[in-house]
Design a protein around this ligand. Structure first.
Ligand code: NAP
Length: 466
């Protein structure tokens, strides 16, 4: 079990990994598998009491196969050289990076990219307009998905616009287009399930500013949109024809060619309508210019038609179109946020580094490393984090000798408690899992996620100290 501290050989190298999503867990795994250091101890810290990061709070509930990756991450966190320490905030109000460096020989930041990009157009903050991240947090039971995020009243919308053509756009378009019965077997929180069951959304428009051959989504995810039981997916043949690559996709890279082939299949006139209650339309070459207001909330989106510029980009055409919608989800990418006490490059939303070593004024900062999205930006699939973590760990292990000479203070968990923190250790997380299974049983469902801080912390800590 990864919960106890102070066991085994004397600690020669004590390492903190900040973040327990895939990049953090793969970093911990690389550390224990690549290192021959005796007495290595890796503490995986997370501000949430639950591990797994975006696998728990980002992967859509109906993607059970990807979610099952949690089982692999669990095996890593149960390694006896690894300790999970949840409910530990790094930064203001918690442990500062400077203090962390006094408690550990080395710290690897795997904190992801938690903010969402904005469009910078009028109307973006109208009620009924929010980031896809807020919607995802809401249906994933993130305990911070509170008052300023997605509001379930917005599901009174009849028409929804999703802006963007990446896999997050596909996720939210699919969840809006699914019936509640399809989501009941998942761990979606009960309140979200009820709200989705009552949803009046019947039309979803997923809108890309460039063409089909520039879309970022992957073919497996695209195909899934075409096989939803209660929604008819469609695309306009005329919009496909605007993309020169669509008329003869044979020369395209295979991933793009497959996307184009799926879309061409949807556009053929001889597809029989299935008479289902929802429609999901993919639109291309439309750039959002304004979110329109009606009766104090979102009423539609005004787009400018674009055309390919011959170099992979688009230019405006000066012609416009409005799509009526009462709900707008912008799915235009994530953004890294600065962590007080760590250097940050606002242009890329990442921490400057050399092969994972954090750079302060261009020079490697002893003991500080990065991996995952905060190192390379919010791109790639979950597996991309493996080689990324490996590179950082290779750098760290090259530095072992110097790192082991850095003086460190006493037991970190004691120090955290003395600072007023109440870390949730592995057994606390197992208690949350048990409470979620129990909640599901009481509702006649499988495990159902607990969606609030109080519920999570009561399950994890009760009255005991972690
Ligand atoms: P993404 O793949 O970068 O897609 C962002 C989309 O937003 C692009 O279509 C982009 O268009 C568009 N966009 C950006 N700025 C815009 C603007 N101002 N106006 C209109 N459109 C704009 O980002 P993501 O969907 O957030 O995904 C992030 C990462 O997570 C990706 O690597 C993704 O594959 C991964 N992910 C994977 C899964 C899965 O495997 N099932 C699920 C979710 C996320 P341009 O191309 O024109 O810039």
């Amino acid at each position: 079990m990864g919960s106890s501290c102070g066991k085994g050989a004397p600690f020669v190298l004590r390492i903190a990994v900040v973040g327990s999503g895939p990049s953090g867990v793969y970093t911990a795994q690389s550390l224990v598998t690549q290192s021959a250091v005796p007495g290595l101890r890796v503490d995986v810290l997370d501000r949430l009491p639950c591990p797994y990061g975006l696998v728990r709070y980002g992967v859509a509930p109906d993607h059970e196969k990807i979610k099952s990756l949690q089982n692999n991450l669990r095996t890593v966190l149960e390694d006896e050289r690894i300790n999970f320490l949840g409910h530990v905030e790094i930064g203001p109000g918690g442990v500062s990076p400077e203090r962390l460096l006094r408690l550990y020989h080395a710290v690897v930041y795997c904190v992801g990219a938690s903010a969402d990009r904005r469009l910078g157009i009028p109307g973006e903050d109208l009620p009924g307009s929010c980031s896809a991240t807020d919607f995802v947090s809401w249906y994933s039971a993130h305990p911070d998905a509170g008052a300023n995020g997605f509001s379930l009243e917005w599901l009174t919308a009849r028409s929804a616009v999703v802006i963007g053509a990446g896999n997050v756009a596909v996720d939210v378009a699919r969840i809006l287009s699914r019936g509640a019965d399809e989501l009941r077997p998942t761990d979606v929180p009960h309140a979200a399930l009820g709200a989705l069951a009552a949803s009046r959304v019947r039309e979803v428009h997923m809108v890309a500013r460039r063409g089909p051959s520039q879309a970022k989504f992957t073919t497996k995810e695209l195909r899934e949109l075409g096989s939803l039981p209660g929604a008819e997916a469609g695309v306009d043949a005329a919009e496909l024809a605007l993309d020169p690559a669509c008329s003869d996709p044979s020369a395209l890279p295979s991933a793009v060619r497959r996307n184009v082939e799926v879309l061409r299949g949807w556009a053929t006139a001889d597809r029989e309508p299935r008479g289902v209650e929802r429609t999901l339309r993919l639109r291309f070459f439309l750039r959002p210019v304004e979110i329109l207001e009606r009766d104090g909330r979102v009423g539609g989106v005004r787009f400018e038609h674009t055309a390919p510029d011959g170099a992979g980009g688009v230019r405006g055409t000066g012609t416009y179109e409005e799509i009526e919608a009462q709900l707008v989800l912008r799915a235009v990418g994530y953004l890294g946020v600065p962590l007080a006490g760590l250097p940050f490059d606002p242009a890329t939303g990442t921490v400057p580094h050399a092969a994972g070593r954090v750079l302060r004024d261009g020079v490697p900062s002893p003991g500080e490393y990065v991996a995952g999205w905060i190192k390379r930006g919010p791109t790639g699939v979950i597996g991309t984090n493996r080689p990324c973590a490996k590179e950082t760990v290779t750098s760290l292990l090259e530095d072992t000798e110097a790192l082991s000479r850095r003086p460190v203070e006493g037991e970190p968990v004691d120090a955290m408690r003395e600072s007023g923190l109440r870390p949730v250790q592995w057994r606390g997380w197992l208690d949350i899992e048990r409470a979620e299974a129990e909640l599901g049983r009481s509702l006649g469902r499988g495990p159902v996620k607990i969606a609030d801080w109080d519920g999570l912390l009561t399950a994890a800590l009760g009255t005991r100290e972690g």
